[in-house]
Ligand binder design. Structure first.
Ligand SMILES: *[C@@H]1O[C@H](CO)[C@@H](O)[C@H](O)[C@H]1NC(C)=O
Ligand SMILES: *[C@@H]1O[C@H](CO)[C@@H](O)[C@H](O)[C@H]1NC(C)=O
Length: 350
């Protein structure tokens, strides 16, 4: 006969299982481990830090051997990057692509759990001479993965900034820039669909807020604050509680406009700087703490109005402040951590 103590244990056990199940359906928080700095801890220390924080996804901006070795046997999923400069040569040579996969992937798996290869970074917001090589390079690398039977374990994609959108408001009017829509974006979406990969979006409410100069975009709306005034899309009636959701849905509508409406999306970069030049309004430790803490709660519980319940794995930019980044002061202050491993502000990442 079951006594009451046993019954309570059983209830607790079921509750735990339920929590685990629910947890599986949530977007995961990862970090961008940028290394444009001369004072960062060694990759091994960084690997230990991420294990301590229970961070399961990390993204790097190259395929540095030391870093890839540091994440071996940790179970942490690693996203690596093909440098922009190598895209053209990979696009025209199956041999070069196969060699790239061998040198940067095959040699490290399965000890290091490489899960994504991003081909360049924000290519379509930059040098147009690379654009036509992007999708061919992705196909060549995919063939390289197939050669080593890795195509079911590793996805190939490329991150985009919001600059790829010609229109983003209201979200339902989202479309890609006409000079890339049919020439590059359509073949790219076809690649993602056929290889079951994901659309990668770098989405910065901070930059939109800064660009707007505090005129139309309320700080609370950019900071994912629960008390922000909601914004309604007049075409759909969908209600937006934060700018990030609006950016995500505008991008999904732009994909829909090219007849791709079911490609999963991940947020490969988002964040908020803790310091900036006097002209960089909104860059502060309190705002960075609010945004990133709200972000963690947001992506681990909700989809967007257009894709309710969907998971959006999200990578915070960035793990460390990077002292060698050029540009305005904010550029060197996106980190969750100082190089000495002290947190810039308190944040709960799970
Ligand atoms: C929202 O709440 C924050 C504190 O969490 C407060 O500083 C801000 O003034 C509030 N904004 C509005 C519009 O109520
Ligand atoms: C780490 O670096 C930051 C920024 O330079 C500094 O404010 C903080 O005191 C340092 N912490 C330790 C424990 O040295």
């Amino acid at each position: 006969m079951m006594n009451s103590k046993c019954f309570i244990w059983l209830m607790l056990w079921q509750l735990l299982l339920l929590c685990l199940l629910l947890h599986c359906a949530e977007g995961k928080i990862g970090v961008n481990y940028g290394r444009v700095a001369d004072n960062l801890p060694k990759p091994m220390e960084v690997s230990r830090l991420l294990q301590t924080l229970s961070i399961e996804n990390v993204k790097i901006f190259d395929a540095n051997r030391q870093v890839l070795h540091a994440f071996a046997y940790t179970g942490i999923s690693v996203t690596i990057c093909v440098p922009n400069e190598e895209i053209i040569s990979l696009a025209v040579s199956a041999q070069a692509a196969c060699t790239w996969i061998y040198n940067n992937v095959k040699q490290f798996v399965p000890a290091t759990k490489i899960t994504y290869i991003m081909v360049g970074n924000e290519i379509l917001g930059g040098d147009p001479t690379i654009w036509s090589a992007l999708v061919p390079a992705m196909w060549q690398l995919y063939t390289g993965l197939r050669y080593y039977n890795l195509e079911n374990k590793i996805k190939i994609s490329t991150p985009h900034s919001l600059a790829v959108l010609a229109t983003s408001f209201p979200p339902s009017a989202g479309t890609f820039q006409p000079n890339i829509a049919t020439s590059v974006m359509a073949p790219l979406l076809r690649f993602l669909k056929l290889t079951q990969s994901d659309f990668m979006l770098n989405a910065y409410p901070y930059l939109a807020y800064l660009g707007d100069g505090g005129k139309h975009i309320a700080l609370e709306f950019a900071l994912i604050e629960p008390n922000a005034t909601k914004v309604v899309d007049p075409n759909t009636g969908l209600e937006y509680s934060c700018l990030l959701d609006l950016m995500i849905d505008a991008t999904i509508y732009a994909m829909k406009a090219l007849n791709y409406d079911d490609i999963p999306l991940i947020i490969t970069e988002t964040g908020w700087p803790s310091q900036g030049d006097p002209s960089e309004i909104g860059a502060s430790i309190p705002n960075a703490a609010i945004y990133n803490n709200n972000l963690v709660k947001h992506v681990t519980t909700l989809g967007t109005p257009l894709r309710p319940g969907a998971e959006f794995d999200t990578y915070i930019f960035a793990l460390f402040n990077e002292d060698l980044k050029p540009g305005p002061a904010s550029e060197r202050n996106w980190g969750l951590f100082y190089p000495n491993l002290t947190q810039v502000y308190a944040i709960s990442l799970n």
